[in-house]
Design a binder for this molecule. Sequence first.
Ligand code: SAH
Length: 342
Amino acid sequence: MTLPEKLKQNHTLEDSELKKLLKCGDYDYELFELADSVRREHYGTSVFIRGLIEFTNFCRNNCYYCGIRRDNRNAERYRLELPQIMECCAQGYSLGYRTFVLQGGEDPVYWDSGMTEIICSVKTKYPDCAVTVSAGERPEKIYREWRNAGADRYLLRHETATESHYSQIHPPELSLKKRIACLYSLKELGFQIGAGFMVGSPYQTLDNIIADLRFLQELKPDMAGIGPFIHHRDTPFADFPDGNVELTLRLIAVIRLMLPYILLPATTALGTLDPQGREKGLKAGANVVMPNLSPVVVRKKYSLYENKICTGEEAAECSGCLKKRIEAAGYQMDFSRGDVIR
Ligand code: SAH
């Protein structure tokens, strides 16, 4: 049996075998084909659409890789008010979107009740839609409040599952333990959860990546966000090289084979490093895309990394462009809520 087949049959691969799969392109053709076949068994050719609303770029944290880190004085800060957020949802709803992802920095103003009000408003107006929150680490009490307000899903990438690597890319006040505790408490509260990591983040080794895969196997999240690291000039990591597209694709495929039911986005970061990146991601096992619904005037300001794509187009244009891309790759946009199928 070849390594990709072995992975598909759910035989646990040894670390050394996983490394072999990831290290070079020798297995790519078979790996991507198998990943695509597994995705088709579970989800057909559906690509789930999530409308992304980047509602604030204020952040109390200082992650070394991120363009909206607290100490970046060049970041032009903005915060969407509730009516603007509702307007984004209205646009998305009319385009057919049934999931809204509210993503932002850890903005103290939107702590707690501000966020609760947003979730409540969206769920009351659009009870047929899923609301995903991606707003970082909060106390369990607050997560519970948001869950009670109607939030369905929560995205919190673990970033790296290796303690020492975590502290190489984050300031000392942030800890992997806390991040992981947040993920487990979100799961406990009944959120569909998403973890994930950057590929090629500074100092990352292949062993770190194996640890990330093992962590995902253990956590069994509903979603996993995997995208290449991309440098941002106003961060301590300005001079580090960007992550590798091929390796990112291999990881998407490996995760599809390890966790066949998982929801896996073809990320904007992947599309930023390679004009065909998202299409390649879909063909390697991804089944979600997250078009931007943020008002065009703020898009460039939500700058986690440089040269982010789709910052100039209106939501409808984005939607039309993605539809063409998805169909050209051999899949269809699926406008249902797109819950995980376990
Ligand atoms: N504050 C939220 C949302 C973070 S932004 C949170 O803490 O979860 C969403 C994701 O973008 C991050 O989890 C990180 O993995 C990714 N990201 C941040 N900076 C990046 C960069 N320079 N290149 C690629 N991805 C980046």
